[in-house]
Design a protein around this ligand. Structure first.
Ligand code: DC
Length: 644
């Protein structure tokens, strides 16, 4: 019986995934609500379709500012040269233009999508005009896709619905919703390659003006140059747009906490000195002309008044009366016309969406979901995006290719599907080695590690930063509504803590935060505030979770419960060693006393005190080294899960 694969989304990534998944052993269905496949593909590159960029892997990766590392595998297995060979093979001759941008020789994007459609037909991919509503799953993994018209059975599903940009082409955000329903985290989508808004009235005054051959520089709030390129831009009623601005916008990624300014060099071919000489010559040639005529000889006429306003010079001033200082200021302005920008235009106006399915939850070597067996991702739905120049489409081809091949080849898929979802709870005092051991177990068993102490530390850190005494319970409770804690996983699978969007992973490890965490964790409201979040993490995937009350309160039904402990002196010695390695040594007595105090506080608080659950297995690591402890833990887990 052939393996059933459903690809959701008939864009660049989806078509490539379907083509790659097709074969004798597979039955591939491609779902696309639009009448035509590749609708967005047909309008990219101004209808010419910038298929890829003819560059090497390093250059490719340098042009992926967001999660490039995650794409390493996909992009090295299907390189830009592979893309070119692929399309040439499909009968689309290509040419390379300025900046190594690759286009069809015909300059018709339509030829690219038509070739893909032909290939889909040749490979007997069943293309269905239907909108996917939901991905169906059971405990073991995906089972199918519910469409508006039909239900499709599937052993594997590739989700390739694109992002939110260009809604007219069918990008609706449905894919995000379907991924989120299966437990995936969606990094909030926003536009990348998007026009920019300015509140400077001059934009409106110059709207419609297109500047060619200018150099655009973007500075961040600290005055650091984050982008500089030469090209074409446009003034609009809301601000600025055009190729140069779209490219620049991909570098302006932190609107929430950063300010950016644009500097336009209107005369990049002339240095300051040459430009001054040119102005002087213009004036000498026509000393009786009004100054505005001189300026009009240097910039487009719709810019003249804006320039004069900025210089605070009357246009009627005679050229010969212009002072050296005024000439110099004109020159400086032409070389550095500054424009403040307040933010990007809405995501719907963006060419590319940044944000999407968090890549830490996707396996880079296969594009498989780490959470749901049989689910794969391709293209813009992933939280990756690149600069302009054919790089975004290359990402679509490469991830589509990898997702399709993996969906087809992954014998693993079926095997994984038989695995059940389980949870392992590890509780114990600090310093018993919970986190190091849990991490090792998670890596070995390929499941998620959740460090719940870090969540309490994040709350503790907020309280610390606010200058609140954690013993003042009502004050701590009062700040809870302003706290939003997120736990996310980076591409290497490491847990990061976000406090109102700010990554505080390192800060929460400061020594003084331990006591704050301990104090806030004794407050019932704080625990209630965090309970759902912790439970939710274990609902849809196998986890190993460590803390103080995991086996007793958070996951009372955990499949395996372990109480991990060691003598307090041993734990203090280990902690001491850790501090020394970090270069922050402290006296042993002090470390021991703090540890005893924290043990006491954590186990004597009224709410969810640290204690061994009745059905937990006790593992004492006082006399065990790391390997021995890990083996002890793994043995308990195997036994409890009935694997031996
Ligand atoms: O494991 P840790 O040292 O990072 O935890 C910090 C504090 O958070 C610790 O003093 C106790 C508290 N905590 C808790 O009360 N319940 C948990 N599940 C995890 C930690």
């Amino acid at each position: 019986m052939s393996k059933k694969i459903v690809v959701i989304g008939g864009g660049a990534a989806g078509m490539m995934a379907a083509i790659s998944a097709a074969g004798q052993e597979t039955a591939v269905t491609l779902l696309e609500p639009n009448e035509r496949l590749g609708k967005k593909l047909n309008i990219t590159g101004k209808g010419r379709c910038n298929v890829t960029n003819n560059c090497d892997l390093d250059t490719m990766l340098q042009n992926v500012p967001c999660n490039g590392k995650f794409l390493y595998s996909a992009l090295s297995r299907f390189t830009t040269q592979d893309t070119m060979a692929f399309f040439e093979r499909l009968g689309v001759p290509l040419k390379t233009e300025r900046g190594n941008r690759v286009f069809p020789v015909s300059d018709r994007a339509f030829d690219v999508s038509a070739a893909l459609e032909r290939e889909l037909r040749r490979l007997h991919v069943r293309t269905v005009r239907d909108r996917a509503c939901r991905i169906l799953r059971d405990n073991a993994g995906v089972t199918g896709v519910q469409g508006e018209k039909e239900r499709y059975e599937a052993d594997a599903v590739v989700l390739a619905t694109g992002g939110l940009s260009y809604p007219g082409t069918g990008s609706t955000g449905d894919g995000y919703r379907m991924a989120a329903e299966l437990g995936h985290t969606i990094v909030e989508p926003r536009g990348s390659l998007v026009p920019l808004v300015s509140d400077d009235a001059c934009c409106r005054e110059m709207q419609g003006l297109s500047l060619k051959n200018v150099e655009l520089t973007v500075n961040n709030g600290k005055g650091k140059v984050i982008f500089r390129e030469f090209g074409e831009m446009l003034f609009t009623h809301f601000g600025v747009s055009g190729p140069l601005v779209l490219s620049a916008s991909a570098h302006m990624r932190r609107w929430d906490r950063e300010t950016y300014s644009l500097i336009i060099d209107l005369k990049p071919a002339l240095d300051q000195q040459k430009l001054e000489a040119r102005i002087l010559r213009d004036i000498a040639d026509a000393p009786n002309k009004d100054f505005d005529k001189i300026v009009a000889g240097l910039v487009h006429r719709s810019m003249v008044n804006v320039i004069l306003d900025r210089l605070e010079i009357s246009g009627e001033l005679k050229a010969h009366s212009v002072t050296k200082e005024q000439r110099r200021r004109l020159c400086t302005l032409l070389k550095g016309f500054a424009l403040s920008v307040t933010g990007p235009r809405p995501v719907a106006e963006a060419i590319v969406t940044s944000g999407g399915v968090r890549v830490g939850e996707v396996q880079p070597s296969t594009m498989a979901s780490r959470l749901v067996p049989g689910l794969y991702f391709a293209g813009e739905i992933l939280d990756v995006d690149a600069y302009t120049g054919g790089f975004n489409l290359q990402i679509a081809w490469a991830t589509g290719r990898l997702a399709g091949l993996s969906a087809k080849q992954d014998g693993e898929c079926k095997k994984v599907k038989k695995e059940r979802i389980y949870s392992i709870a590890i509780d114990g005092p600090s310093g018993a080695g919970k986190s190091t051991l849990a991490k090792a177990v998670a890596a070995q068993r390929n499941i998620l590690y959740v460090d719940t102490g870090a969540i309490y530390r994040t709350i503790g850190y907020h309280v610390f930063r606010k200058g609140i005494d954690p013993a003042r319970v009502p004050e701590v409770i009062a700040v809870l509504p302003e706290i939003h804690v997120d736990m996310v996983y980076s591409e290497d699978g490491l847990q990061h803590m976000l406090l109102n969007g700010e990554d505080v992973t390192d800060e929460i490890r400061l020594p003084q935060i331990s006591m704050y965490a301990s104090a806030v964790s004794a407050i019932a409201e704080v625990r209630a505030f965090l309970l759902d979040m912790q439970r939710d993490l274990a609902r849809r995937r196998s986890v190993i979770m460590d803390g103080r009350d995991i086996g007793t309160v958070v996951l009372p039904d955990a499949d395996v419960k372990i109480y991990l402990t060691a003598d307090v002196e041993k734990r203090a010695q280990r902690r001491l060693k850790e501090l020394e390695q970090r270069g922050t040594p402290r006296p042993y007595d002090e470390v021991l006393r703090e540890m005893q105090e924290r043990d006491w506080a954590d186990s004597h608080r009224e709410i969810a005190p640290l204690r061994q659950a009745e059905d937990a297995v006790l593992v004492d690591t006082s006399d065990l080294n790391f390997e021995e402890s890990r083996e002890a833990l793994l043995a308990v887990i195997r036994r409890r899960l009935g694997e031996e």
